[in-house]
Structure formats: C-alpha cells, structure tokens
Design a protein around this ligand. Structure first.
Ligand code: NAD
Ligand code: MG
Length: 393
C-alpha cells in the first residue's frame, strides 16, 4: 500500500535521511505530498524534482524567485513564508516527519498533529516548549506520535507490549559529545568548529552544539517526560561514548530492556516510517564481537550544567521549559557567530531561567500555544539583550 508522506524540514539532516530511506525503499511505496525548508531554495527544488511532491514551501519569502525559477514547468505548487509551511503541514497525508529545528517548528508541527494520522516527531524543541499542549492535541485528534529521536525511539521500542505501571525508570544514553573528557579550561576556549565535531553522530549544527554542552540530553529529558508521561526523576542519563545502546527501560522486577544499533539516524527514522511494519535498510550492521566492549559512565554535572538546568526547568513547569529552550537557541546561535564563548551558553540559559522562575512572570499560566509563542519571543528578546549588554561592557 502506498503511504502519503509530508516532510517538514526536508533539507535538514533528519529530512534528508528520511528522503534517502524513501528513495531506497522504492518510490511505489511512498507518495510525497509536501516538502518544506527554511531558506535553501536550490536544495528544496532539487528534492522536489526528484520526489515530485504536490506542494513545496520555503519559510523565507526572499527565496521565491529562485524556487519558482528552478521549478518552472514542473507543475509543482510553490508557497513561501511561515504560513506556507503551515499550509504544507495541514495537507492530507498519512505520515508527517516533523524535522524542523527549533521552536520555529512549533506552528507547522502543531498543524500536522491537529490534522491527525501519524506524526514522526524529531523536532524536540517543540515538545520542550509545549509538551503538555502537544500531547493533549494529539490525544484529541487521535494522532499517533512516533518518537524519532534515537533515545526516545529506543525507549518506545523497549516499552512495546509492557504496562506503564511496571516501568520503574527509563535511561537515555548520551555520547558525551566532543568534550566528554575535556577540562573546563579547554571547554572555555572551544571554537565552533571544535564543538561541531561530534564523535559518533552526524547532525545539524544546532543539535551538534547542544550535544557538546549536553543541553541536547537536557532537552531530551523534558521530551521523554512528555512522550512517556514520566516525572523527570524517573528519566536518567547515562554517558555511553560508543552510542550503540540508545535507550533502556527498567522494569519493576529489576530487568532492563535496551535497544541497540549503530549510530545512524536512518534506523529510528526507518522504524517510524514503516511502523508497525519494518523497513529493510542498508545501514551498517552491529558487530558486537568486533566491538568487544561498551563503556558507560555517569555524566559530570560540573562540566555539563545544562543537564541540571533542564531538570530545573521541567520541575518549575509552566513557561520555564520554553524559556530554557529560547535562551539556548539564542545562545547557541551567538556561539556559532563567535559572539560568546562555549561556557557562556549554559550561563545565559541559567540567567534566563532565573529571570523567569524568580521574576514577576513565574505564575503565568500556559494555557495555549499563543502563550508559549509569547514566552518564547520574550525570552529570546531578553537573552539577546543580555548578550549585547555583555558584549558592550
Ligand atoms: P538541520 O539544521 O539539519 O535541519 C533543519 C531543517 O529545518 C532544515 O530543513 C531547515 O530548512 C528547516 N528550518 C530551519 N529553520 C526553519 C524555519 N524558521 N522555518 C521552517 N523551516 C526551518 O537540523 P537536524 O539536525 O535535521 O534536526 C532537526 C530536528 O531533529 C531538531 O529538532 C533536532 O533536535 C532533531 N534531531 C536531529 C537528529 C539528527 O541526527 N540530526 C537526531 C535527533 C533529533
Ligand atoms: Mg537524541
């Protein structure tokens, strides 16, 4: 049976991996409804000419000319602007990959979730900002949410067939990133190139920096709380440099079930793409005898304060996780632009959380996605200002 598919963020690392899987599974199994990207008109057009979707959307309006030129005569409909990305997400499709990076993915991912059917969820920032609202919308619309993040996908698989009350805790593994063994002095001097050089995974720039600070794992703790309806105290983090064991579920009887595989996002994406079936892939097969041994260690909260910041945010609740995420997005982009140092990222996030949790806003209720977007805007503005003031001082 042909499955109709939309890919939000098709030009990114997860989006492209999804397309590669679809291409090798055979185009007769999938029909592409819509593809969306932020600004890369050329890459989006090349994907569209290959996959022949009905609609393509580019968030940046200034890409219209390049996109329409590249797709002239193809019969593929074009839209530009944030509204067009949401339009793509609202189109009828059996399966949607939500792989936009950052809170920018919130409105279109919400449209996909509200439309129903199946949403493969990679855009963790959207769940961090508005997890309760997303889970409620998915339940209301009868949408099946499939976790794509490798750890959450692993836990989803390790929980299959089990009853929730038998789960004692879940464990997210973390590679530890490029600075797993680095001193704080070395981290202070880290350059964007050094922080982007991830030892095991090949990913987009933002998540690579998040892996270096371990904020990625912090965001994943919050993501897991929502996806699996667990308090953060029952979501543990274990550093595992080889990135072979992706996640574990510990049961009441003391047994643990883990999911393993080579670090390649095509495996969790294939799982979500075919679920409840399985897809043949040509990913590297795991050879445990050749590997010989795997290593595990506790994360170091001193060198990686982002983990505790994320726990503080989910414990505070309300708008705090959205503030954590917004401040982190701004700080990561300032670091990539060489405007702040590596250790400043967690410091700016910590300041933003203090501003939120101890300031006059802490009691604000988060009842709607509009509330979340407002908090996101405010926290971005405040973080940008703090970065500018420090740069000037
Ligand atoms: P990426 O930077 O490679 O790609 C991001 C995609 O989002 C691109 O297609 C880009 O055009 C689009 N985009 C960016 N800003 C946008 C905007 N304002 N409006 C509309 N579209 C926009 O990112 P990625 O590494 O593929 O990650 C995507 C998401 O998946 C992130 O939330 C990330 O945390 C999550 N994730 C990624 C990986 C990975 O291996 N890359 C693993 C687990 C989870
Ligand atoms: Mg992950």
């Amino acid at each position: 049976m042909t499955r109709s598919v939309t890919i939000l963020g098709s030009t990114g690392s997860v989006g492209q991996a999804t397309i590669d899987l679809i291409a090798s599974a055979g185009r007769d199994r999938f029909e592409i409804v819509a593809l969306t990207a932020n600004s890369n008109a050329q890459a989006l057009a090349a994907q569209a000419l290959e996959l022949r979707p009905r609609f393509v959307a580019l968030a940046r309006e200034d890409g219209y000319e390049a996109l329409s030129h590249a797709l002239a005569g193809s019969g593929i409909e074009i839209g530009v602007g944030a509204g067009a990305v949401c339009e793509a997400a609202s189109m009828e499709a059996d399966w949607t990959m939500a792989a936009i990076v950052g809170a920018a993915g919130l409105p279109p991912t919400l449209d996909a979730v509200r439309r129903g059917r199946t949403v493969a969820f990679a855009n963790k920032e959207a769940l961090v900002c508005a997890g309760d609202l997303f889970m409620a919308e998915a339940a209301r619309a009868g949408t099946c949410l499939l976790p794509v993040d490798s750890e959450h996908n692993a836990i989803f698989q390790a929980m299959a067939g089990s009853r929730r009350e038998h789960v004692r805790r879940i464990v997210l593994t973390a590679s530890g990133g490029p600075f797993r063994t680095a001193s704080r002095e070395a981290m202070r001097a880290a350059t964007p190139a050094g922080a982007l050089a991830h030892p095991t995974w090949s990913m987009g720039a933002k998540i690579s920096i998040d892996s270096a600070t371990m904020m990625n794992k912090g965001l994943e703790i919050i993501e897991a709380c929502h996806l699996f309806d667990l308090p953060h105290e029952r979501v543990d983090v274990l550093v595992h440099p080889e990135s072979i064991v992706h996640g574990l579920v510990e049961y009441a009887d003391g047994g643990l079930i883990a999911q393993l595989g080579c670090p390649d996002m095509r495996t969790p994406i294939a799982h979500a793409l075919a679920w409840p079936e399985r897809l043949d892939t040509d990913v590297e097969r795991l050879d445990l005898a050749r590997l010989g041994r795997l290593h595990f260690e506790a994360p170091d909260p001193q060198r990686f304060p982002a983990l505790d910041l994320a726990r503080q945010a989910i414990a505070a609740g309300g708008g705090a996780p959205a503030v954590l995420n917004a401040a982190n997005e701004i700080a990561v982009s300032a670091f990539l632009d060489c405007k702040i140092g590596f250790l400043d990222i967690a410091d700016r996030v910590s300041e933003a959380l203090d501003w939120w949790v101890h300031g006059p806003f802490s009691d604000e209720r988060i009842d709607s996605f509009e509330d979340v977007l407002r908090i996101d805007r405010e926290a971005r503005r405040a973080t940008r200002e703090r970065i500018a003031v420090r740069a000037a001082g």
